[in-house]
Design a protein around this ligand. Structure first.
Ligand SMILES: [Fe+2]
Ligand SMILES: [Fe+2]
Length: 221
């Protein structure tokens, strides 16, 4: 049995609750997502990234799902890739307006913003409280040289308590571009799932739509 069959079987075993006719495609996509996540993380060359990848690989990360959206095995990886891709698209809009972000930092924030969901044994007990705070703390443990902007974006990636940020989006996007990118992209990706209650007042879908419009206008203002 070759390695890819082993990986396929690993994912297929996790998918009892997914309709049988869909399992093969979801498992195949999981393998592709896993390869892509590791390759993107490795491409950053960040100090500590190899240990993080190894621990992610040894954990249940690849089969994990977020709690309130993408609610199926392997859903976390799909959400992380979806968030990263949206961030990269918005980053191109920001760049046209002179708001620069480092592509490596876009990768780190996009793919690691929900890291605590992976329940990595080594650091899972640190920093109690909200998952955004805990994820940032775990990222900092693995990647000691990561910038404060990356950590701040991960800490602040939920829409909760971000009303002022969204209302002042153009200015905030200049001050904290990574946070602006992840706020938009994380919510947008979670919103693909109708059962998601990712949006908590006072941001909501409407707030997200307005912020996305403002982001798009950055390119034309
Ligand atoms: Fe999150
Ligand atoms: Fe997320």
């Amino acid at each position: 049995m070759n390695i890819n069959n082993d990986r396929l079987n690993f994912f297929l075993r996790k998918m009892k609750h997914i309709p049988a006719e869909d399992r093969q495609a979801v498992a195949q996509r999981a393998i592709e997502n896993q390869d892509r996540i590791y390759a993107l993380l490795r491409s950053t060359g960040e100090k500590g990234i190899e240990e993080l990848i190894a621990d992610i690989h040894a954990s249940n990360f690849s089969a994990t799902h977020p709690h309130r959206h993408h609610h199926y095995a392997t859903g976390l990886m799909e959400h992380l890739i979806g968030t990263y891709e949206a961030m990269a698209e918005y980053a191109a809009i920001f760049e046209e307006k002179g708001i620069h972000t480092d592509p490596k930092e876009v990768i780190l924030v996009g793919l690691l913003h929900d890291l605590c969901d992976a329940k990595l044994d080594k650091w899972d007990s640190i920093e109690h409280g909200r998952h955004a705070i805990r994820s940032a703390a775990i990222v900092q443990k693995y990647l000691p040289d990561v910038s404060e902007e990356v950590l701040g974006a991960i800490r602040g990636h939920m829409g909760i308590a971000s009303k002022a940020f969204f209302e002042d989006f153009s200015n905030q996007a200049r001050l904290h571009p990574l946070r602006a990118l992840v706020l938009l992209s994380d919510s947008q990706d979670a919103a693909r799932f109708p059962e998601s209650n990712h949006f908590e007042q006072p941001i909501g879908i409407r707030g997200l739509a307005l912020a996305a419009l403002r982001a798009a206008q950055l390119a034309t203002l």
